[in-house]
Design a protein. Structure first.
Length: 253
């Protein structure tokens, strides 16, 4: 059912629903291929944080309405940024905050991607923990062809993909389809249609929702923590969590 808007989120740009303990967040600007303007960016940031703090939510699905997942930043907002450094700085900070938040959530997020997922839209998809991509997906970083650098989105790309292929994408503007995303390891699954893509993503969310919340959140938190650790440091972090998990299981017994 529709989630009540208690946080001032602009519901005309973001649809929020909950089914079977899975929060479904749908970007709602189909006429702009769900391009990220300030209202949608801030609303989505608030919505994922709300979902993370809601005990009735166990997993999150992120999708787009209409023909695309997300065509990237809404460049119509950028007019005047060259003359207003503070406005440009604030918008960049908001974008970076959105792309950083997914790895910090205790609950897992799967993106259901079809149509355009370009620039910031590609970065948004790869910020999620898992991705299901329709065959007709167009994911890439075309910024270089417009004379700019895919700056904020590069961090998540390089964490998801090896350096040679990551550099190919950001330096040539190559666009990948759903089958290529699966082959390159950027998607966990590929589906034939948008409907099948959303269904597959929702199935992943429902499966996550059946697991013990403490075990799942601990798994996610340790996973992202170890990405930034050396091997010995990762083992030490795992040992700490292993002890905590044993104590948690004993406390429940």
């Amino acid at each position: 059912m529709d989630q009540e808007n208690k946080a001032g989120i602009a519901m005309d740009v973001l649809r929020i629903e909950t089914q079977d303990a899975v929060r479904i967040l749908t970007l709602q600007r189909p006429e702009r291929h769900n391009a990220l303007n300030t209202a949608l960016t801030s609303g989505l940031l608030q919505a994922v944080r709300d979902a993370d703090s809601d005990q009735d939510c166990r997993a999150i699905v992120l999708s787009g309405s209409g023909k695309s997942f997300c065509a990237g930043a809404d460049t119509t907002e950028f007019a005047g940024f060259g003359q207003d450094a503070e406005q440009a700085r604030a918008r960049g900070a908001l974008t970076a905050e959105l792309h950083a938040v997914f790895a910090t959530l205790s609950k897992p997020v799967v993106a259901a991607v079809w149509g355009n997922a370009l620039g910031g839209g590609a970065g948004l998809a790869l910020s999620c923990d898992m991705v299901v991509a329709a065959q007709a997906t167009r994911l890439g970083y075309p910024e270089i062809t417009h004379g700019i650098c895919p700056a904020i989105v590069m961090a998540n790309l390089t964490r998801n993909l090896g350096p040679k292929r990551a550099f190919e994408l950001v330096s040539t503007g190559r666009v990948l389809n759903g089958a290529e995303l699966y082959q390159w390891g950027l998607a966990n699954a590929s589906a034939d249609t948008p409907e099948a893509t959303l269904s597959a993503a929702f199935d992943i969310g429902r499966r996550w929702a059946t697991y013990a919340p403490y075990a799942l959140s601990s798994t996610k938190q340790l996973f992202y923590r170890t990405l930034d650790l050396t091997f010995p440091e990762g083992l030490a972090a795992g040992r700490e969590l292993n002890i905590a998990m044993r104590r948690h299981a004993h406390a429940k017994a």
